[in-house]
Ligand binder design. Structure first.
Ligand code: CA
Length: 661
């Protein structure tokens, strides 16, 4: 231990450019111990930094998370496997620390490392805290919902600020983790909001947009009310400070995020975290670069950062220490924060082997945890296509699900062309692609994949590998998409189109996913990329729940239909091929099919679903029998709207007819 307070001016030089030859990283030593960076035990505090090319390394200890000089500097000694070590014989709880390495003859900027688990404001310094002291009461017995298959989940994608920041939420801790711990909240009209709203709607899992420590929002200036989605990772293993009530106290965000998880769990709702290991907010001055320059990223032959993320860089999951990092990081969130699922941003940047290891490690820890991701990249990558965790390679990753852009674009129109319409809004030519969604992208004898608009092959080995949706935080909300593609329609007609679109999603094989607020027909004022738009664009106005009460009631009942009937939640390709039968329909924008023979153990022998996305009534022949009408003319009731004896049925324009017997 060397006390140098105020004695040394620290160099602050950013490394210029990572060295070009990626092949050399394969020879780097690998360290798989579980003590990287910080360990506190009764004997003291030890630090271990993996940095094979560092010429020297040191730890700087501070009393504060920002500002001030180090109170202690520890020179680290190089040990085996590229790990540098230092230790002190005391527990440094309450202190902050950074690492600094000498590389190419220069001291690089300080970094909290890549394994900081707590941090000061803006995450510039890691913090040493007692994690046991952050556990809410009853945490040891806390558990998320047990599910036997991802297809039993109903996923609700939300941003912390969107969900609670509006004054109409009636929530005290607006925009905070704690918003999801408040019960009994309501809108000015008395409609339930917050966690009570989620329970009323009936979803099983919330998917929270990035909640690790991201870069863009200044945690020291919360009154500025900055907004960001958070796809700019800074510390992967620390909760985001701006969602806590006190970003300057490192324990607060940890405790409050756990309180959020516990509160959701206590109400039977699981928590999925959006994780963004595919790129970092910064390049040369990211924590990866300041720890082991070059190693964690892919590069072009000229040495520049390759950019499959479209954000300036891409990480290199095929390298052992990056792969281990991703696996260990999600395991950490599962163990320390009891997270129930993970959504991988731009998963196609990662390699297949890494995603399989992620799924296997999580399932081994908790079989109810599930993993899904975006099976695409935003730009080209040096990683060969056959190694990428792409949608078309999903069948090679049986424990991982992918978003179906097939059903998304086919039902509502192409995501990038606002005016384009889809099956539910009257544009013909999307029928076969909608069917790909209905069968969960599995091989089905009646689906001709050659006619698919996006994928041309059954990419899922089972329906458990597909996430069906028609909108998410990206691109236009469903409400805005319908406004732009149906400019002459009334709002009531657009709500009908939304009901048809979501009925297709929620009755399809696979796992349904919805964007928060669509159940009250929320919009984002036509802004498609609202990643840093103000609350005036992104906040959900909860008075809409009153104005669009019928829309909400429809969504709620639709979710109940799915949750009460396993026929919509088959788990194998064989079951879907055997129990899902399409009718031969000639009219454009019409799909008719049945789920037969008590599919997946359903109490109903047969469920017939007829979707009419055209603007004409459609007449269909239904076998004679004692049918219960479940949905008709944009009304739905799982207990039945009435009865039908079969024969000629009229499906009114832009609606679903669902019959059961
Ligand atoms: Ca942050």
């Amino acid at each position: 231990m060397q006390n140098i307070a105020g004695a040394v001016a620290l160099a602050a030089i950013v490394c210029s450019q990572a060295k070009a030859d990626d092949a050399r990283f394969a020879d780097f030593p690998v360290y798989q111990g579980d003590d990287l960076e910080l360990t506190v035990c009764p004997a003291g505090t030890s630090f271990a930094l993996w940095s094979p090319e560092a010429q020297a390394a040191r730890v700087l200890i501070y009393n504060t998370g920002l500002n001030g000089e180090p109170v202690m500097t520890l020179d680290m000694a190089k040990g085996q496997q590229g790990v540098w070590r230092a230790a002190v014989p005391e527990q440094l709880y309450g202190k902050f620390y950074t690492f600094q390495i000498q590389y190419d003859g220069r001291w690089l900027d300080e970094t909290p490392g890549i394994w900081a688990k707590a941090a000061g404001a803006n995450g510039k310094r890691a913090a040493i805290i007692d994690f046991d002291a952050t556990d809410p009461a009853g945490w040891a017995d806390d558990k998320g919902p047990a599910i036997s298959s991802i297809t039993d989940a109903v996923i609700y994608e939300m941003h912390h600020r969107d969900f609670s920041i509006s004054p109409t939420s009636g929530i005290a801790n607006k925009g905070k983790f704690l918003a999801l711990t408040e019960e009994g909240t309501h809108s000015p009209m008395g409609d339930k909001t917050g966690i009570d709203h989620l329970k009323e709607l009936g979803i099983t899992h919330v998917h929270i947009l990035p909640s690790y420590d991201y870069n863009s929002v200044d945690e020291t200036n919360l009154p500025a009310n900055q907004y960001n989605w958070g796809y700019d990772p800074w510390n992967y293993n620390v909760p985001e400070g701006s969602y806590s009530t006190n970003p300057s106290d490192p324990a607060t965000r940890v405790r409050e995020m756990k309180q959020m998880v516990k509160s959701l769990h206590d109400n039977g709702i699981g928590v999925v975290m959006d994780v963004v290991y595919n790129h970092t907010a910064n390049n040369d001055d990211s924590n990866f670069s300041l720890t082991a320059p070059g190693y964690f990223y892919r590069h072009r032959p000229d040495g520049s950062y390759s950019d499959a993320s479209g954000c300036g860089n891409e990480t290199a999951s095929e390298r052992q220490m990056m792969r281990d990092y991703i696996v260990n990081s999600v395991l950490y969130w599962a163990k320390e924060y009891h997270i129930d699922g993970f959504r991988f941003d731009l998963m196609g940047i990662h390699d297949i082997e890494t995603m399989n290891e992620v799924a296997a490690a999580l399932k081994a820890y908790n079989p109810s945890i599930f993993v899904y991701g975006e099976g695409w990249t935003a730009g080209d990558s040096p990683l060969p296509g056959e190694q990428r965790a792409l949608k078309d390679n999903a069948y090679l990753m049986p424990g991982v699900a992918v978003f179906s852009d097939d059903i998304r674009d086919a039902v509502k129109g192409h995501y990038s062309n606002a005016a384009d319409r889809g099956f539910a809004t009257g544009k013909p030519g999307n029928e076969e692609t909608v069917k790909i969604g209905i069968v969960g992208a599995t091989a089905h004898p009646q689906v001709d994949y050659a006619k698919g608009n996006n994928s041309r092959k059954p990419y899922a080995a089972a329906p458990t590998q597909v996430i069906n949706y028609v909108s998410c935080h990206d691109d236009l909300t469903l409400t805005d998409k319908l406004a732009k593609s149906m400019p002459d329609a009334t709002e009531a007609d657009r709500q009908r189109a939304a009901r048809l679109a979501q009925t297709i999603v929620f009755t399809s094989q696979g796992t349904p996913f919805m964007f928060a607020g669509e159940e009250v027909f929320r919009d984002k004022k036509g802004v498609h990329n609202s990643y840093k738009s103000p609350d005036s664009i992104n906040a959900i106005d909860w008075t809409l729940k009153h104005d669009n009460a019928e829309q909400f009631a429809y969504y709620k009942e639709l979710i109940r239909l799915r949750r009460e009937h396993p026929a919509f939640r088959m788990t194998t390709t064989e079951d879907v091929a055997k129990h899902l039968v399409f009718d031969d329909v000639k009219q454009p924008n019409v799909i008719s099919y049945s789920l037969i023979d008590h599919a997946n153990g359903d109490e109903w022998k047969e469920i017939k679903l007829i979707f009419n996305g055209s603007d004409e009534p459609v007449e269909v022949k239904v076998p004679r029998g004692r049918w219960t009408v479940i949905a008709n003319d944009c009304q739905i009731n799982v207990d039945g709207l009435g009865t039908f004896k079969g024969g000629k049925a009229i499906v009114v324009p832009v609606s679903a007819l669902i019959l059961a017997r």
